[in-house]
Design a protein around this ligand. Structure first.
Ligand code: PEP
Ligand code: MN
Length: 261
């Protein structure tokens, strides 16, 4: 299943500099890692689609204790196999400082989720690692607070991710704050990705939000995609099918090219 793309990326890590130079970053994968079979199948799909980084979330911070909490460390071997077979880079959210060491050697990019943007002990613990960290914006955080959280980790290792904020608008799950993302990028000099899946909360809006982010000049997207979204264990309304994701990847590259020509 290895191809030239996967061989190229197997030897590299996604650095903050690369995000700024090699636009656009396109990251895909399920909301949560569910089974080994699903993980391997998704990895193969992502390589076929031409994407080089997979989101593989092992721990799921959920609003309700009754919701699926993630497979935890059990899934690290599934991600290791996916990485070894395909050469994909793997990104995962950690929710506790005890998750930093066990993910070394498999997880190339760590991310801090929205709900933990101001978990300062976690951010301070991340300072001791050397991997790039995607810092998702807290859904009530100002741009200044987002940047202050980045400083806890060390701004030079941080890639920001706008994922929607809470506003009076309740017709979608969150409101994608492209204005704020642009301020973080252009005024503060940070690389900024956009997650169009969580603000939309529904899969039909995800492609257009992703296109808007790239047209706005942001650095890339993280998109939730699932082979059987209706039966996903989390966020089943917003995950797009792989064929939709494939079409998105083509359009994102075209929009990016147009914006930079
Ligand atoms: C996610 O990416 O699946 C996630 C939980 O995102 P957020 O932290 O932005 O809610
Ligand atoms: Mn999700």
């Amino acid at each position: 299943m290895k191809n030239m793309l996967s061989e190229r990326i197997a030897t590299s890590v996604l650095t903050r500099e690369e995000v700024m130079q090699n636009m656009p970053v396109i990251m895909g994968g399920t909301c949560a890692v569910e089974t080994k079979e699903q993980t391997l199948k998704m990895a193969r799909t992502l390589v076929k689609v031409g994407v080089d980084t997979m989101r593989g979330q092992l721990w799921k911070p959920r609003s309700s204790i009754n919701s699926f909490q993630g497979v935890g460390l059990e899934g690290i071997d599934w991600l290791r196999q996916a990485k070894e077979e395909t050469g994909l880079r793997i990104a995962t959210e950690i929710v506790d400082k005890d998750h930093i060491d066990p993910t070394k050697g498999v997880i190339d990019i760590l991310w801090v989720g929205s709900r933990n943007m101001q978990n300062f002990e976690l951010l301070k613990a991340l300072r001791r690692d050397d991997r790039p960290v995607i810092l998702k914006r807290g859904f009530a955080a100002t741009i200044e607070e987002w940047l202050q959280s980045a400083d806890y980790i060390g701004r030079e290792r941080v890639i920001l991710c706008e994922r929607g904020i809470r506003t009076p608008v309740d017709s979608t799950r969150f409101t994608l704050d492209l204005n704020g993302a642009l301020v973080a990028k252009f005024d503060k000099g940070m690389p900024v990705l956009v997650d169009p899946s969580h603000p939309a909360g529904r899969r039909d809006l995800v492609p257009n939000l992703a296109y808007a982010a790239i047209a706005a000049g942001l650095d890339g997207v993280i998109v939730e995609t699932h082979e059987d979204p209706d039966n996903a264990k989390s966020d089943n309304a917003q995950q797009v099918l792989p064929e939709v994701f494939e079409e998105m990847v083509g359009k994102i590259r075209s929009i990016h090219h147009l914006m930079n020509s």
